[in-house]
Write a protein that binds this ligand. Structure first.
Ligand code: GLY
Ligand code: MN
Ligand code: MN
Length: 456
């Protein structure tokens, strides 16, 4: 792994400091504990590539495992502390250099840093005067036991001393809200993640052709991600050809591309911890069949309408509704649904063909946190929020339907799956499509695949 200033560069230390100060203010008389992500094993003693915890990264920029941040809003001193792995030349020869407590304190501007081995001894004392502890339960049993210890001590001594923790709150209660509104450094990282994602798509699209494998498109895409400086994919790449496009989280990528197939490619590069997330659907042979094109045009129109709806003051629900209206009208034009459009929307008739939502927040996590509904109200978009717009239509083949499900209507779309996904930044007066460099219009997509004139 490169130095801390390498992969995760571009964000000055004062940005993390400012974020911590804001959390400390919001904590009031509470404390927050954020452990590093665990080291995960893929089999026996082979580790999965380490992915730092998004929340700990958001507040420190620190990316080593076996670390923990303590924030103490109630305290006059030692308000921000880090526990980190101690220097250890022998261990560092195996798994790379460690910053160690002294350098971690200097570099990350925390008030104190200690070896992680001192956590059991120090943490209960550090929490003794917090009224609330912001900590995610059910994740890290060893740290959770220390939180429970602090709560139990407060319960037994609290009535005499009148202080101590009484409740545990999820850190997301504070952090999710902050992370919803992206700062300039975050938007810069997202732009780069989307740029690299677009490069990956270009590589994969130009490599497509009959007889090639879904896995080969994945290889081209992910090679471009690494070549362009991404850490790798932000989530498992989906290359679904033919009916595989109807499986929303298809990740086997093990089929050959048939000459008449569409391919649904959904992927995102992770750059400096931030995720891109784009989907394009294109014909393997460079030509849409009439049925494929008809479905594609409906989804593309829904994408454009939903993107058009994004601006400050509207809700994610409004964006979804804009897509659903076009998809429903389109399903009627395709002859799949019939009736009145409002009645069909009212009973969510689209759901059989569009079973997911149109948008999710995008950031350090592909599905970034943040409540879509707050205090019973749909949240209104604000400048600085970043969301995906990803309508789709999926005509699951009859053979894959529930045995007791309604028989598939008589239409020529069976087995077709189309999704088109863009990443959108809410601006002060509208929206900026971060992924606009990658065309969505059917003819432009065909041109990218390089297959105009291809006769099937
Ligand atoms: N690939 C995950 C998503 O689009 O939400
Ligand atoms: Mn996606
Ligand atoms: Mn998405």
């Amino acid at each position: 792994m490169r130095d801390q200033d390498g992969w995760y560069s571009g964000v000055p230390a004062h940005v993390f400091l400012r974020r911590r100060e804001r959390v400390l203010e919001e904590l009031g008389d509470g404390a927050m504990i954020l452990p590093a992500a665990p080291i995960l094993y893929r089999s026996r003693d082979s580790q999965l590539p380490y992915r730092p915890d998004s929340e700990l990264f958001y507040l420190t920029g620190f990316t080593e495992p076996e670390a923990l941040l303590v924030l103490r809003g109630f305290a006059d001193e030692e308000r921000a502390l880090l526990f980190v792995r101690p220097r250890d030349p022998a261990a560092e020869q195996w798994s790379g250099s460690r910053l160690g407590p002294e350098r971690a304190r200097e570099r990350f501007g925390v008030d104190a840093a200690h070896p992680i081995g001192e956590l059991d001894d120090r943490l209960p004392k550090l929490l003794a005067h917090a009224r609330r502890i912001h900590f995610r339960l059910g994740r890290r049993r060893s740290v959770e036991n220390l939180v429970i210890q602090a709560l139990e001590e407060a319960r037994s001594r609290g009535s005499r001393k009148g202080r101590g923790p009484r409740s545990v709150v999820d850190p997301g209660e504070i952090l999710d809200e902050m992370r919803l509104r992206k700062g300039p450094e975050e938007i810069a990282a997202l732009r780069e993640a989307v740029r690299v994602t677009v490069e990956g798509f270009r590589a994969a699209l130009t490599a497509a052709g009959p007889g090639r494998g879904e896995w080969q498109l994945q290889a081209e895409l992910e090679a471009a991600f690494r070549r362009e400086g991404a850490q790798g994919p932000a989530f498992a790449t989906i290359v679904g050809s033919g009916t595989n496009a109807c499986t929303l989280h298809y990740v086997d990528n093990s089929d050959e591309l048939g000459p008449g197939d569409l391919v649904l490619l959904d992927a995102g590069a992770e750059v400096r911890m931030y995720a891109g997330d784009i989907t394009r659907t294109f014909p393997v042979g460079g030509t849409f069949s009439p049925a494929q094109r008809a479905v594609y045009e409906v989804v593309e129109e829904a994408r454009a309408a939903a993107v058009q709806a994004v601006r400050p003051g509207v809700t994610v629900r409004d964006v979804h509704d804009a897509a659903v209206r076009i998809l429903t009208e389109g399903l009627m034009e395709l002859g799949v649904l019939s009736g009145s459009v409002d009645e069909l929307i009212g009973r969510k008739a689209h759901r059989r063909y569009f079973p997911h939502r149109t948008s999710h927040w995008l950031g350090l996590d592909t599905h970034d946190p943040g409540d879509y509904i707050r205090d019973g109200e749909h949240r209104r978009l604000e400048a600085g929020m970043v969301l995906t717009v990803e309508p789709g239509l999926y005509f699951v083949p009859a053979s894959a339907q529930e045995p007791d499900g309604a028989p598939e209507a008589d239409h020529p779309y069976e087995g077709i799956g189309v999704r088109i996904e863009d990443d959108v930044l809410v601006t002060s007066d509208g929206a900026e499509v971060l992924s606009r460099a990658l065309p969505t219009e059917a003819d432009e997509i065909v041109e990218m695949v390089g297959g105009q004139g291809f006769i099937q």
